[in-house]
Design a protein around this ligand. Sequence first.
Ligand code: NAD
Length: 269
Amino acid sequence: MATRTVTHSGRVQGKVALVTGAGSGIGKATAILLASERGVALVADISMDAAQTVTNEIVAAGGRAEAVALDVSREANWRQAIEQALKNHQRLDVLVNNAGISYAKPIDEMTLDEWRKVMNVNLDGVFLGTKQAIAAMKKSGGGSIINVASVSGIKPSPTASAYCASKAAIRMFSKTAAIECADGKTGIRVNLVTPGGVKTPMWEKMDFFQGMIAQMGGTEKAFAAMEGEAASQKFFTAEEVASTILYFASDESAHLTGTEIVLDRGHTG
Ligand code: NAD
């Protein structure tokens, strides 16, 4: 793949953007990129420490950011987060529903609590965020909601049943939300970013990957082993996913709603 030169030119200038799960991985890269494109990044995470660290990094680099404590599975948390955005910035232009979790477990070993936890965060969280954002964005005449799904919501993946099911549901939920918002003439767009494998700390939270790290002698070596030799299997970087999210956040994609960008190097066909 060709390397890109990225210039920052205010592609989301003045837009107020809340990113969930922004304390790590894709969410962190997205918050940093949106702020570098002169947006206001509301850095939301269940870990306030992680959200504050990313916020400090953005502010130290001259960007505008604010940390938000948010467990996406809790409706009361969502109300407070949106209230904070409206109180401090008077509007919400962009919501990136990015927070997500996974357990690597076969179905017959997965507990109902583990299944529900994945659904609560990955699916309920996207519903609650979209619901609250629609209400807030209607007041200012529109906005852009970007939901982060996964190629696992298109292609099945063994030991990831709850994750795959939640991501497949996000895809259909988002396309439904897009039609509702368009038909209601709300000015609100809902789009999907659907990545394949991305090098983020999410992998290190899974036991099998920890085992690979120990066996191969390091995280990069474990990623390389998962990729294999084929260039088409290469992992994406969090920054590459963030640049796709930025496109949907900016007015360059003002003509798009209900659209899905799949980062799969052609693999899902
Ligand atoms: P990550 O583990 O690096 O970051 C996830 C962040 O979400 C963490 O900061 C965590 O604290 C936060 N979080 C967890 N539960 C939360 C909750 N209830 N409320 C708010 N925040 C919460 O993961 P990542 O790889 O950056 O994943 C981000 C999104 O991208 C997820 O939705 C994931 O499913 C999706 N995705 C990841 C990959 C990949 O290979 N890493 C591939 C496709 C899709």
